[in-house]
Design a protein around this ligand. Structure first.
Ligand code: SF4
Length: 894
């Protein structure tokens, strides 16, 4: 069987994959030789083979809705960009790019904008993910350097996970931590998160701190370390500056454990235990992610963490360091090549005239940007204000992912020229494009990505280009040529681009910049094709990169010393009020990625949580009249969404959690960023996606329904709907506030039959307000609708099997009408283990028959034995079973 080694396109863990092709089927497994994952995968990575179809792919260039040939499309983009630049200047155009681009694509786009157009108006969706971590590293180290490696997790004695639901968002890192603990039972794990997430499952200590109080907690830790003389005086004396100022700020804002506990709403004993653990453990890794970064004081929060590591000298040695996890597959690669509006390529600085001169010289560029460009939120504000007149959006969907998306939509509607390159044809953003350019997708394109531990890996193609889709680097280069910059954009392959980029990192470097790929700057095409995963820096003449940095105490600041930053904690910018009494947190769920354009293609990943949910604490649910599984409206001063509620004590009282994945393609009115204000960190420009304020009110639905259809359907605004993929079609959850006057008419309108010859079977019970209908074409089930006062999912799995048949039998037609699943049909229930397709009902049955532990369930059902992301839910099912037993026995005794 043909094998291709490549890298996962989802999160910043950067797992290595082996793709095996057997005819038209692709099997994806973890690469046992890749140092990021050593063969492990999570549910998303495992399901990649099921996402390779060409449904909804953008396959041809289009101008104003009509298919165009590539030459015309590229000429038009180049001409219209050139015209706008000529008339309004270079800052009237912008690129908004993506952590999904490969490093080579990113390099070319950045080179065109900063060196040849001469503006720094290129920003990226990575701004939304980790720009605060970048800003904090640069303040502390003088460079954007992640000092650690994943292997430090296995060598640590204490791992602090803060602002990170690692179990769901970086699952393979979580698996490594869980395995490390099995090998080393003394390893302690502290989880700091307002929510009780799946990650807390393995925690020795969970600190559910008040949202936004992270800087107080870490300032308190710094003050504690000083008060208990736990600092590393030798290290701070020789290698740090700003120590006294940082300590003074820490003591002023968080002087005692009592004060910290009060400000963070934590028990004093828990704070004291965390501080003692940190103080007495030399090998500490602090892993942090979006919970720290996505804040209006995210940079300060990250510096408060870094301060504690610098003060104790816990950096640059095995098993220790402040470790920012990147969210996206190539956010790190984008940082390297300068894909942010406030940096130049190869970790050179915009405000450094020497760096600007070096870059201009190396690129032989006519000009070089010399002032920072517009960061993501500012960029779309400038578009709305008409200051930016042309934007080229590459591989991202800002109409879902940016805060205040209603305004982003207005901005794109007003924009004179919107060019979008994407592999998908139906993203929310693409609807506003004047020019659409079809790009290659994962599995079709060639290049490199860099993961969270600075490890560069190859993404390799194992599929041919579909339709007329092209590599992003090729598309940008062709536009650059048409703008008159042909000599500098004349590559034949990504290998040539990578070689140029690697040479740039080493150019006049002499150890002055952390990023140096000199050892990779002369790779032949063949060597590039077979490049093994390698960490940077990798200097000329070297074949291995560095696992960790700063072990020599030399930093990239002007003084060569690390900088401890005085941090004054600040509250989130949105404050609760009578109108908006609840704090809204947004984030990811286990089996979805970004706006679901790829993960939404496979039933295996959509079954775990098929619809958007707002999680609310039981106290708040009672207070606001919200029932579990009932509907609610959430609103803020920026917008409103509607969705079903999940009542759970996973969230703190006074807070709500809503996933960020659902777009208008997958649900009606569920884009949660409609509620999030465009508040940003003043240093990094990263939006405060983890903290908005909102109100919630119950929404009474007159009816709810389950609809399965071979085709995607469109509904009018009176219907609340969400859709997920099933084998052979789509599964909709429907609801509406009013009952139709005539179900026979309404059912036909919903199932929307274009076939005059469609067969129609239906049943209406007015006493129970239940309606069932099915549409058949030539005996084949095309769609069916089950309506009642509540959503009844018990028949769903059986109904899905009917869509695999060419003809329905008489007994199946009768079962459809009667609304009862035949007795001999197995229904495993809601999917818990996506890797092995094991449902909740099967797990409960196995528990009832004696499998009373995760291990026993694993050996009986295989559930939880692959990626492990479902183990926390299996534990919860086991616990609730125990609770039911206790209640049952108590009832018997009474
Ligand atoms: Fe992909 Fe999962 Fe690995 Fe992330 S942890 S890179 S999503 S397989």
């Amino acid at each position: 069987m043909e094998q291709t080694k490549t890298t996962c396109p989802y999160c910043g863990v950067g797992c290595g994959l082996i793709v095996e092709c057997d005819g038209a089927r692709f099997k994806v497994s973890g690469d046992p030789d890749h140092p990021a994952n050593f063969g492990r995968l999570c549910s998303k990575g495992s399901a990649l083979g099921e996402t390779l179809d060409l449904d909804n792919r953008l396959l041809h260039p289009q101008i104003d809705g009509s298919i165009a040939d590539w030459g015309t499309a590229l000429d038009t983009v180049a001409q219209r960009f050139s015209d706008i630049i000529a008339e309004h200047g270079q800052d009237a155009v912008a690129f908004y790019v993506s952590g999904q681009l490969l490093t080579e694509d990113y390099y070319v786009a950045n080179k065109l904008m900063k060196g040849f157009i001469g503006s720094a108006n290129i920003d990226t969706n990575s701004r939304l993910c980790m720009s605060s971590a970048v800003a904090a590293y640069k303040r502390a180290f003088g460079s954007d350097t992640v000092p650690c490696s994943y292997e430090d997790l296995e060598r640590a004695k204490l791992i602090v996970l803060t602002g990170s639901n690692t179990a769901w968002c970086h699952p393979v890192i979580y698996q490594r931590i869980v395995s490390a603990r099995k090998e080393n039972p003394d390893l302690q794990i502290v989880v700091i998160d307002p929510r009780r997430t799946a990650t807390c499952d393995s925690a020795d200590l969970h600190l559910p701190l008040a949202p936004g109080s992270d800087a107080v907690l870490f300032n308190g830790l710094l003050a504690y370390l000083q008060q208990h003389e736990e600092g590393n005086a030798l290290f701070t004396a020789n290698y740090c500056e700003g120590v006294d100022e940082a300590l003074a700020s820490a003591v002023a804002s968080a002087p005692t454990i009592e004060s910290v506990a009060q400000q963070c709403a934590l028990p004093e004993a828990s704070v004291a235990r965390f501080y003692r653990l940190f103080a007495r453990t030399e090998r500490v890794v602090t892993l942090y992610s979006q919970g720290i970064n996505q804040s209006s004081s995210g940079t300060d929060k990250a510096n408060a963490i870094i301060n504690c590591h610098l003060y104790t000298g816990r950096i640059g040695r095995p098993g220790m360091g402040p470790f920012s996890m990147t969210g996206q597959p190539n956010a790190m690669g984008g940082r390297e090549v300068g894909g942010l509006a406030n940096q130049l390529a190869a970790h050179m600085e915009l405000d450094n005239p020497h760096h600007r001169a070096l870059l201009q010289q190396f690129w032989q560029a006519p000009r070089i940007a010399d002032t920072p460009g517009l960061k993501a939120v500012e960029l779309f504000e400038a578009i709305e204000q008409g200051k930016v007149k042309a934007v080229w959006i590459m591989a991202t969907n800002p109409l879902v992912s940016l805060p205040d998306v209603v305004r982003v939509k207005t901005a794109l509607q007003k924009c004179e020229l919107v060019v979008v390159s994407d592999c998908m044809d139906d993203t929310d953003t693409l609807q506003h494009a004047h020019i659409k350019l079809p790009a290659l997708a994962w599995g079709e394109k060639e290049g490199t990505v860099t993961n969270s531990e600075r490890r560069i890996s190859r993404q390799r193609a194992f599929l041919g280009a579909p339709g007329e889709a092209k590599a992003d680097w090729w598309i940008v280069s062709e536009v650059a040529k048409r703008m008159g910059f042909g000599d500098q954009f004349n590559w034949n392959s990504p290998a040539g681009i990578f070689s140029e980029y690697a040479q740039l990192t080493a150019y006049e470097n002499h150890g002055t910049r952390d990023l140096d790929l000199g050892g990779l700057s002369e790779l032949s095409e063949k060597e590039y094709d077979t490049l093994q995963p390698v960490q940077w820096p990798i200097h000329k003449g070297q074949t291995r990169g560095a696992a960790r940095l700063f072990g020599d105490g030399r930093f990239y600041t002007a003084s060569g010393k690390a900088r401890m930053v005085a941090v004054t904690p600040r509250s989130p910018m949105s404050q609760c009020s009578g109108d908006y009494p609840l704090r809204l947190n947004t984030g990811r769920i286990r089996d979805q990625w970004h706006t679901m354009t790829r993960t939404g293609k496979t039933p295996r990943l959509t079954n775990h949580q098929p619809e958007p949910l707002v999680t609310i604490h039981p106290h708040d649910a009672r207070r606001y009249g919200i029932s579990d599984r009932g509907f609610a409206v959430l609103h803020s001063s920026h917008g409103a969404v509607k969705m079903r509620a999940n009542v759970s004590s996973e969230v703190k009282p006074g807070t709500l959690f809503v996933p960020m994945h659902w777009s208008d393609r997958f649900a009606a009115q569920a884009r949660i960023n409609a509620l999030v204000p465009p508040h940003v960190d003043p240093i990094s420009g990263q939006p405060e996606s983890k903290h908005a304020v909102a109100a919630i009110i119950p929404l009474t639905m007159a009816w709810q329904g389950l609809l399965l259809s071979r085709r995607r359907l469109a509904f009018d605004r009176s219907l609340q709907w969400s859709v997920s993929k099933m084998a052979g079609g789509w599964c909709y959850h429907l609801a509406a506030e009013t009952e139709p006057a005539d179900w026979a008419l309404a059912g036909r309108a919903i199932l929307c039959s274009p076939h005059q010859d469609a067969g129609w079977i239906e049943y209406f019970d007015s006493a129970t307000t239940r309606y069932r209908a099915a549409r058949l074409v030539n005996g084949r089930l095309e769609g069916c609708l089950f309506v009642g006062p509540q959503l009844d999912l018990t028949m769903q799995l059986w109904l899905e099997t009917l869509f695999t048949r060419e003809q329905l039998s008489d007994s199946e037609r009768i079962a459809l009408l009667s609304g009862r699943t035949p007795d001999n049909i197995h229904n495993g229930g809601r999917i818990i283990c996506a890797c092995h397709n094991v449902g909740e009902t099967d797990i409960k049955a196995a528990i009832d028959s004696g499998a009373r532990s995760v291990e026993a369930l694993g050996s009986r059902l295989k559930a939880g034995t692959h990626c492990g992301s479902c183990i926390s839910e299996m534990k919860a099912i086991l616990a609730s079973h125990d609770q039911e037993c206790v209640e049952h026995i108590a009832g018997l005794k009474l």
